[in-house]
Structure formats: structure tokens, C-alpha cells
Design a binder for this molecule. Structure first.
Ligand code: NAD
Length: 266
């Protein structure tokens, strides 16, 4: 009997990762959830790790291959929201976003890609954001890290095809997850960070349900899409930004005025 396909999902204890892990398990995929915290999910393996540790990620990815004899999907999804007006941000804000959102993805790719090359198959799916495609103000460290994840993923996809390995990048708009209530975790307070959920609702209207996004992602993965952008409003914003980059910056500047004028100087 052939062993079931496997998936390794970082940030799988909450939000998008949790919905992905649940949907994959329902399809009969053997899922390993990797997160800072233990997930309350049944029927899945889990490993508590911090994606900022290259060694921890590498050893967890290797363990999936060893246990099941195959590594089909790696979802580099763990991430944190970091935001505030640029002048309020400390270097810790910048470094933390880069460490978790970019280095976390790098560590997953670095661990999984050689294994997938050796197998001659596998699919790496990195979670970036709409903030990786359009100018997203008031969250510069986040935006910078997510643009990097988009660039990394698209370029890797071009290389990986020759090895039979697939790479996709997910760029969601605002999704209804705990991330929006927990911006700047362990970092200095900023008012914009504290109001992330309100700002998201103001920017997008209704927040997109996480289960709908997970279904969109798995459909995109099955079709081997390079870029998976959802919901439809995010695809529209992305298209508009490509048509007129300067128009997108003007729209972003207007959004700042609505969402959060700069803090007053004392
Ligand atoms: P979430 O907060 O619900 O879940 C994130 C999970 O990642 C949590 O379980 C958390 O414990 C884990 N995590 C955080 N730092 C970690 C670390 N260093 N090591 C291991 N695990 C860690 O957030 P979410 O909304 O599901 O976000 C998932 C991904 O989607 C993130 O990369 C985020 O940037 C991206 N994203 C979210 C939205 C949104 O609106 N929610 C929009 C676009 C992109």
C-alpha cells in the first residue's frame, strides 16, 4: 500500500495554518503541525518549535521524511503582524518581522528543498500577504518581509521546476484570524498595531473567513498556481496596483489619513 501524502505546516496551531492543516487532514494527508504552541488538533502530529531556529525547522522537516518516507507539502506559513508609523518603529520591530516572516520561510525552504530535489517532487507553499504585492503603509517591517517572501518564492519556482519541485506563494487580503488582535507580539506598543483589526475592517470591509481562504489555497496548490491571491477584492487591488503603481501609492496615502493619522509631536 502506498503511504499517504505528507504536509508540514508552520504556524499550524492558529488561523490560516490551522485551517490548512484541518483541510489537508480531511483529504487524508498526514499532517505535521509546527508551532510555538501545541495545537488543539486531533489526528495530527505536532512539534513545538520556533521558525527562527534553522536547526529546529531542519530537524522537524527531516523527521517527517524519515517517519513517512516522503515529503509532499511544506507550508511555510508562521508569521506575525508588525506595524506602526515608520517613525515609531524600533529596530526590534524591523528585526522581529524579518526574523519570523522572512527567515522563518528561508529556514523552511532551506530544510525542504534539498529533500524535494532528491525525491524529484514536492510542493513548497509560502504564505506572504497582499502586503507583499502592494504598498501597504503603517506596517513597513511586515510589508518588507512579505515582499521578500514573494520575490524568493517566484524566483525559486523558476529554479525548482527543473527538479520537479513546485513552489507557490499565497497573498491573502485581510483574513479573520487572531493575528489581527496580536500585532507587535513582545514588541513596543504602537497605536496602529493595537488597532489592526479595526484598520483591516476599514480597509477591506468584511474580513474573509479563514476556511474559505484555506479552500482557495488548496485549490491553487492543486492547480500549481505561482501566486494565490484571495479574496477577490485583494485580486482587484493587486491588478489596480500593477496598472498604476503611483495610483496605488496615492490610495495608500489616503488610507493612512482615514485609518491612523501620524502620532502628534509633543
Ligand atoms: P495567527 O496569529 O492566527 O497564526 C499564526 C501562528 O503562527 C500562531 O499559531 C503562532 O503561534 C505561530 N507563530 C508565530 N510566530 C512563530 C514562530 N516564531 N515560530 C513558530 N510559530 C510561530 O495568524 P494568521 O493570520 O493565521 O497568519 C498566518 C500567516 O498568514 C502569517 O504569515 C501572516 O503574515 C499571513 N497573513 C495573514 C493575514 C491576516 O489578515 N490574518 C493576511 C495576510 C497574510
Amino acid at each position: 500500500m502506498r503511504s499517504p501524502k505528507t504536509a508540514f505546516v508552520t504556524g499550524g496551531a492558529s488561523g490560516i495554518g490551522r485551517a490548512l492543516a484541518t483541510a489537508l487532514a480531511a483529504k487524508g494527508v498526514a499532517v505535521t503541525v509546527a508551532d510555538l504552541v501545541a495545537p488543539d488538533l486531533r489526528g495530527m502530529e505536532h512539534v513545538e518549535l520556533d521558525v527562527t531556529s534553522a536547526e529546529a525547522v531542519a530537524s522537524a522537516v527531516r523527521a517527517v521524511r524519515q517517519r513517512h518516507g516522503r515529503l509532499d507539502f511544506v507550508f511555510n506559513n508562521a508569521g506575525i503582524a508588525v506595524g506602526g508609523h515608520a517613525e515609531e518603529l524600533t529596530l526590534d520591530h524591523w528585526n522581529r518581522a524579518i526574523d519570523v516572516n522572512l527567515r522563518g520561510v528561508v529556514h523552511g525552504v532551506h530544510a525542504a528543498y534539498p529533500i524535494m530535489i532528491e525525491q524529484g517532487y514536492g510542493h513548497i507553499v509560502n504564505t506572504a500577504s497582499m502586503a507583499g504585492l502592494v504598498p501597504a503603509p503603517l506596517m513597513l517591517p511586515y510589508t518588507a518581509s512579505k515582499h521578500a517572501v514573494v520575490g524568493l518564492s517566484m524566483a525559486l519556482r523558476a529554479e525548482a521546476a527543473a527538479h520537479g519541485v513546485r513552489v507557490s506563494v499565497v497573498c491573502p487580503g485581510f483574513i479573520d484570524t487572531p493575528l489581527l488582535d496580536n500585532a507587535n507580539p513582545g514588541l513596543p506598543y504602537t497605536e496602529t498595531g493595537a488597532q489592526a483589526r479595526d484598520a483591516a475592517v476599514m480597509a477591506q470591509g468584511r474580513l474573509y473567513p479563514v476556511e474559505s481562504l484555506a479552500a482557495d489555497i488548496l485549490r491553487g496548490v492543486a492547480r500549481n498556481r505561482a501566486l494565490i491571491v484571495a479574496p477577490a477584492s485583494a485580486r482587484l487591488a493587486w491588478r489596480a496596483a500593477r496598472l498604476s503603481p503611483s495610483g496605488a501609492i496615492r490610495a495608500a496615502a489616503l488610507a493612512i489619513r482615514r485609518v491612523s493619522p501620524p502620532p502628534k509631536r509633543t
